[in-house]
Design a protein. Structure first.
Length: 119
């Protein structure tokens, strides 16, 4: 069960200069279109979350769980996705240019659907 609701996340993002959501369970939430730029999502559980069109440029997401998440058309440019679990994530149209994907669990067929990834 998620620790926060969509409304709670919106409040955190609006009130914090650098949102700190590390380790928070956001699994299954509809977070489409939200601005997570520069947010701290280290070890956060975003499994099965709807992040369609989310702006996550420069977000710190090391070891986050993104399994089954919908990241279609999300902007993850320069995001730190080191060690993320991304099995089953939809990254079609996502911008992953200059993102750190070191040790991220992402399959090559997913890479081909994302912008900025060299397979």
């Amino acid at each position: 069960m998620p620790d926060l609701t969509r409304r709670d996340v919106i409040v955190v993002l609006a009130t914090a200069e650098q949102a700190r959501l590390s380790g928070v369970d956001l699994s299954g939430l509809d977070l489409n279109g939200l601005n997570f730029a520069g947010a701290n999502l280290i070890k956060a559980d975003l499994s099965k979350a709807n992040l369609t069109g989310a702006y996550m440029r420069g977000a710190e997401m090391e070891e986050a769980n993104l399994e089954g998440a919908n990241l279609a058309n999300a902007n993850l440019k320069e995001a730190n996705l080191k060690g993320c679990r991304m099995k089953g994530a939809n990254v079609e149209g996502a911008n992953l240019k200059d993102a750190n994907l070191f040790a991220a669990d992402i399959t090559s067929d997913q890479k081909a659907k994302a912008k900025g990834i060299v397979a």
